[in-house]
Design a protein around this ligand. Structure first.
Ligand code: NCD
Ligand code: ZN
Length: 346
C-alpha cells in the first residue's frame, strides 16, 4: 500500500480569493500548498479592466503570509463593453491569463455578465487571434431551463455554436459537473479543456438535499446525479491532459450561507489536497494525481510545471481540519467530505 507520494507543487486553475478581510483570511490556505492560481474576477465591483486586475494583483500579493511564494494569475470579467485593446494589452504584458465569461445572473456577482453573446464578439475574436483563453461558467440562465440541465443546455445552445463560429478560440469549460460536459470535451479535437472541482468529485446532489437542506454543499453549478459525479471521477483520474484541477473554492461567511437565500460556494482550499489524494487512492489512481493537480493545467495554459514538489503522507490517524475558519469578515465553514481524511501534506 502506498503511504507516501511526492508530486510537483500543484496549482489551482479556478479560485475565488475575494478582497479585503476575506482575502486576508483565506489566501494562506491556498499559498500553503499551491504555487499559482487563476483568480476569479467576480468581485463587487468586478475586475473588468487591466488596471483593475493590476491593482487587485497588488492587493493579493500584499495579503500573502510572509515567506509564502504564490503567483496570482489574473483574469478579466467579460462584459458587453469590454475593450479588445485593453484585453490585448493586458495579455501581452503578461498580466492577464484568461477572460471569464459569466452569463448574466448565472452565479454569485454575475449580474454584470454577458446577456447577448453577439455584443461580446469583438473581444472574443481578438482573443481567438492572440491566443488568449476564455474561461466559461457554462450554464444558461433562462428561467425555463431546469437548474440541473443548465450546463447541458449551455453546451448545446451557447458553447458549441461559439466554438463553431470561432474554432481558434481557446476555451476552458470551468467546473464541469456533468457527463455531458466531460463527453463534449473528450470529443473535441483542439482548443477545449475542462477544470473539475474537488467537491464535485466527492458529492452528488443528495449531499445538498437529503436529511435536511445543507447549505454548505450548495454551489454553482449545483452538484448533479451520481452518474455525473462518476463521469467526473473517471475523467479526473484518467490522466487525460484536457482535465485539471480548479477548486472553485468560494468562501462566503456562514451567515450568508445559513439563511433563507443562501449564497452559492464551497470552501475547499484548506483540505483540497487531502481530499484529492483520498479520491485518487480510492480509484486506484494515485499515480494520476500529479497530472490532474500539477501538470495538465500548466500545459494547457502554456506555463512550465512547478519545479518544487510537495510530499503527501498517509497517516494512520485521521488528519483534522477545522470545521470553520475565522476570517476578519466572519466565519467560513470548511468543506466536509463526509469521510475521514488520512492524507496530509507533509
Ligand atoms: C462562486 C462564488 O461564490 O463566487 N460560487 C460558486 O458556487 N462556485 C461563483 C462561481 O464560480 O460560480
Ligand atoms: Zn467559481
Amino acid at each position: 500500500m502506498t503511504t507516501e507520494l511526492t508530486i510537483r507543487r500543484p496549482d489551482d486553475w479556478h479560485l475565488h480569493l475575494r478582497d479585503g478581510a476575506m482575502l486576508e483570511g483565506v489566501i494562506g490556505d491556498t499559498s500553503r500548498h499551491f504555487a499559482r492560481a487563476i483568480i476569479m474576477p467576480n468581485l463587487v465591483p468586478p475586475v473588468v479592466t487591466t488596471a483593475d486586475a493590476s491593482a487587485y494583483r497588488d492587493r493579493i500579493l500584499a495579503a500573502l503570509p510572509k515567506g509564502d511564494r504564490f503567483e496570482p494569475l489574473m483574469t478579466l470579467y467579460l462584459t458587453e463593453q469590454t475593450n479588445p485593446d485593453d484585453v490585448e494589452a493586458g495579455f501581452k504584458s503578461g498580466l492577464i491569463r484568461a477572460v471569464k465569461l459569466y452569463p448574466a445572473g448565472a452565479t454569485t456577482n454575475s449580474h454584470g455578465g454577458v446577456r447577448d453573446m453577439d455584443k461580446a464578439m469583438p473581444v472574443l475574436e481578438r482573443m481567438a487571434k492572440i491566443g488568449l483563453t476564455l474561461c466559461v461558467h457554462g450554464e444558461v440562465t433562462t428561467p425555463e431551463v431546469d437548474i440541473f440541465d443548465r450546463e447541458a443546455v449551455f453546451i448545446e445552445t451557447v458553447l458549441d455554436p461559439l466554438r463553431q463560429r470561432l474554432p481558434e478560440l481557446r476555451v476552458t469549460m470551468e467546473h464541469v459537473t456533468t457527463k455531458n460536459g466531460i463527453d463534449y470535451i473528450k470529443a473535441s479535437k483542439a482548443n477545449l479543456a475542462g477544470s473539475i472541482t474537488t467537491h464535485h468529485l466527492i458529492i452528488n446532489r443528495n449531499a445538498i438535499l437529503v436529511g435536511g437542506i445543507k447549505p454548505h454543499y450548495y454551489c454553482l453549478p449545483v452538484a448533479k446525479r451520481e452518474e455525473h459525479r462518476l463521469a467526473l471521477r473517471a475523467a479526473a483520474t484518467s490522466g487525460d491532459r484536457r482535465f485539471f484541477l480548479g477548486t472553485d473554492s468560494a468562501p462566503h461567511v456562514d451567515p450568508l450561507k445559513e439563511c433563507a437565500c443562501g449564497c452559492a460556494g464551497i470552501y475547499t482550499s484548506i483540505n483540497t489536497m487531502s481530499c484529492l489524494a483520498h479520491v485518487f487512492e480510492q480509484d486506484g489512481a494515485l499515480d494520476a494525481l500529479e497530472a490532474f493537480a500539477s501538470l495538465n493545467g500548466p500545459a494547457w495554459y502554456g506555463l512550465p510545471a512547478n519545479e518544487e514538489t510537495i510530499r503527501l503522507v498517509k497517516r494512520a490517524e485521521p488528519v483534522s481540519f477545522p470545521a470553520r475558519i475565522e476570517t476578519g469578515a466572519g466565519p467560513v465553514t470548511v468543506f466536509d467530505p463526509m469521510f475521514p481524511l488520512h492524507w496530509d501534506v507533509a
